[in-house]
Design a protein around this ligand. Structure first.
Ligand code: GTP
Ligand code: MG
Length: 211
């Protein structure tokens, strides 16, 4: 996707009503600090539209980023212009953030649950796992739960720049095993530093725009 415009359109807290968007949504879930907001910035080609932090627990609301752009197609190379398309990238609060009270955790959990249940425009859920670590019990729970809600989670192994290239396949395998993913599940390594993996993630999103 050649991104033309990106903006934060809706912010939902625990008491907000979820938006009824006219275009499809894809959501990014994962443990606190795994790199959800950084990935969304990477996809949008924006440095800091989605706020990030080295301290976990930065994103505490469901944030809907409206992205407009057009695809790089063969037609384009031939001088024909493809139409603009719009998609919502949805940044979810991270789970497993220890400093938040149990009560708060439950409220966030409920908010995310509500969103995954109720949004009619949500077409895909990406689950982010730090490529350096085996999935936690929380990650496995999230994976199963997303699956249970009728989505086949697409896994993004984040912080790819933090490991040696020779370790990548081994870690991808460990993630697949740790989550006990369904056959055929995509695991896409991504780095917000180098943007490696960006095109592959966009092509998956474009697949949902076509569906
Ligand atoms: P919460 O909003 O707290 O749930 O976290 P998040 O998942 O949105 O993570 P965020 O994008 O804020 O990133 C957390 C930290 O990891 C920040 O310091 C980022 O700079 C860093 N980070 C994210 N992605 C990468 C990456 O691909 N490579 C490296 N080296 N650092 C990254
Ligand atoms: Mg965040």
């Amino acid at each position: 996707m050649i991104v033309k415009n990106a903006e934060l359109e809706t912010v939902c807290g625990i008491t907000s009503k979820l938006p009824e968007n006219g275009q499809i949504e894809v959501a990014f879930a994962g443990k606190s600090n795994v790199g959800k907001s950084s990935l969304i910035n990477g996809l949008m080609n924006r440095k800091s539209l989605a706020r990030t932090s080295s301290a976990p627990g930065k994103t505490q609301t469901i944030n809907f980023y409206a992205v407009t752009g057009r695809r790089e197609t063969k037609k384009e190379a031939q001088g024909m212009v493809s139409a603009d398309e719009k998609v919502y990238l949805v940044d979810l609060p991270g789970y497993g953030y220890a400093k938040v009270s149990q009560n708060e955790k439950q409220k966030w959990g409920k908010m995310i649950e509500d969103y995954l249940h109720k949004s009619s425009q949500l077409k895909a859920v990406f689950l982010l796992i730090d490529i350096r670590h085996d999935p936690s019990a929380n990650d496995k729970q999230m994976y199963d739960w997303v699956l249970h809600n009728g989505f086949s989670p697409i896994i993004i192994a984040t912080k790819l720049d933090k490991i040696k290239r020779s370790q990548v396949q081994k870690q991808v395998k460990a993630i697949k095993q740790g989550l006990q993913v369904e056959k055929g599940t995509l695991v896409i390594p991504f780095s917000a530093e180098t943007k490696q993996g960006r095109e592959e993630i966009w092509s998956v999103i474009e697949g949902f725009l076509d569906a």
